[in-house]
Design a protein around this ligand. Structure first.
Ligand SMILES: [Zn+2]
Ligand SMILES: [Zn+2]
Length: 258
């Protein structure tokens, strides 16, 4: 039998209350994954470094110590019922990549996801995936094309340095900016990143949170097909920020990616 295009028995991208913008304890997410019939859940909590922002959407080092201890406890408690991994969603900060390299060495990770959320500006950092009107206004002021160029440059730089297993929500940048649309030029930039991913055997995430916003995952089906054609591996992630989001829309993937 040919290997399926994507494994939908593992949710590889789950948050918890520890990142301050998700709800629910780690154990509630594990229970939700069991209820959804999954075989494995991988937590992928937020790490960011040197970000100036009005709120923290990431874990401190102490939070990560608790996170790993709780992950180990739950892995033992749920042994034979569901497999559990503790990973990290590393937010790229292109000017502070060594911080991230050093941090990653301090813990053992089941998966390292690479994302790029916060762009440095003269007015501090802007969250490029935020729906906040102030974030959108700031990106409009900088110019969405300038933000896009910086996004692709920064992600590429981070990918070259960080030991990532997977790139998360590749085209979710400026997803809430009405004036931004993904152009042929952005497509070409994405191809450069996919080429680098293939060289480094970094997988691409099919992030099903996109379905809630646009009837398509992040990245778009067009980009996923391109990644498949190039031989880049696909992994599924719900980007759950509520226990009930675990494994969301996974049932749509086999037919779509077939
Ligand atoms: Zn993210
Ligand atoms: Zn996430």
């Amino acid at each position: 039998m040919p290997r399926a295009a994507i494994d939908i028995t593992t949710d590889g991208h789950v948050h918890t209350r520890l990142c301050h913008h998700a709800r629910g304890e780690m154990e509630e997410y594990v229970q939700a994954a069991v209820a959804a019939g999954l075989q494995k859940i991988i937590f992928l909590e937020h790490y960011e470094t040197a970000i100036e922002y009005f709120e923290s959407t990431w874990l401190t080092e102490e939070d990560f110590i608790y996170y790993h201890a709780e992950g180990k406890r739950l892995a033992e408690k749920y042994q034979g019922i569901i497999a559990l991994g503790t990973g990290v969603e590393v937010g790229a900060n292109p000017d502070h990549l060594q911080d991230a390299v050093d941090f990653l060495k301090r813990f053992k990770w089941d998966r390292i996801g690479l994302s790029y959320h916060y762009l440095q500006t003269d007015l501090g950092h802007v969250n490029m995936v935020s729906r906040r009107p102030a974030s959108i206004a700031l990106m409009e002021k900088i110019g969405v094309e300038n933000v896009a160029a910086a996004y692709f440059d920064g992600l590429k730089k981070a990918l070259a340095v960080l030991p990532a297993d997977v790139v998360c929500h590749l085209d979710a940048v400026m997803r809430h900016c009405p004036s931004f649309s993904f152009s042929e030029n952005h497509f070409a930039r994405t191809m450069e990143i996919l080429t680098l991913m293939r060289e480094k055997d970094v997988a691409i995430e099919v992030n099903t949170s996109g379905f809630a916003l646009r009837c398509e995952p992040f990245p778009s089906l067009k980009l996923i097909k391109e990644a498949q054609r190039m031989g880049v591996r696909l992994v599924a992630g719900s980007d759950a920020h509520r226990p009930e989001h675990v494994g969301r829309y996974f049932e749509l993937l086999p037919e779509m990616l077939g």
